[in-house]
Design a binder for this molecule. Sequence first.
Ligand code: SF4
Ligand code: SF4
Length: 209
Amino acid sequence: MLGEGIIKGMAETARNFLGSYTDPARLVTVEFPEEKVPAKENARSFPFLIFDGDDAAKGLRCVACQICEKECPPKCIYITKSKDKKPDYVGKSQFYPAVFDIDISVCMSCQICVEVCPFEAIKMDTEFELSNTDRFGGLLFDKQKLAKPNEHYHKIHPTEAAEVDGRLGAEKAKLEAKAKADAEAKVKAAAAAAIPKPAPDSSAPAVVK
Ligand code: SF4
Ligand code: SF4
């Protein structure tokens, strides 16, 4: 029948409109900003940098490889690599970002920086109330502002964070086991080298060629 779809759509709209007065499940809007709907686990706004432990300067996972900076489509990430190195989460000496800025006013929340990062160092936040009257300085986030603890990642994306932690933990355990095996092999080799070789037997008959 001509217009059947329109009639059905209007009936559904009317059902939801009237139902919203009696059934909380049909009340799909809230009085924002007084009332806020918690962000869904897969929600994303802008990137942040993860740090482990309780010191952002020491625990930042980023090693300033600059892959995210190169891959960011609107080029809103600015990184300056450090001159010196510091130990990463497994104790390996790594560079770190002396400067790591993201221009949030340009970022399009595409998540490509997250997908290309080989170090699980950058993730998407869910915070979105970031309006600011300072168009330039106020929306250029530096590494101090971007750094958030791993606990924050677990709070906003628990499933994903647990999977990442499991993988990093297994990788760390594998590296530690390898380091232990290498150290043991070195000790064995040193002990073997320290054993004196037996002196040649003088009573044995000389070989005449
Ligand atoms: S989310 Fe996309 S646009 Fe924003 S910083 Fe990452 S790569 Fe760039
Ligand atoms: S966030 Fe990841 S991809 Fe970007 S510079 Fe740091 S380690 Fe490299």
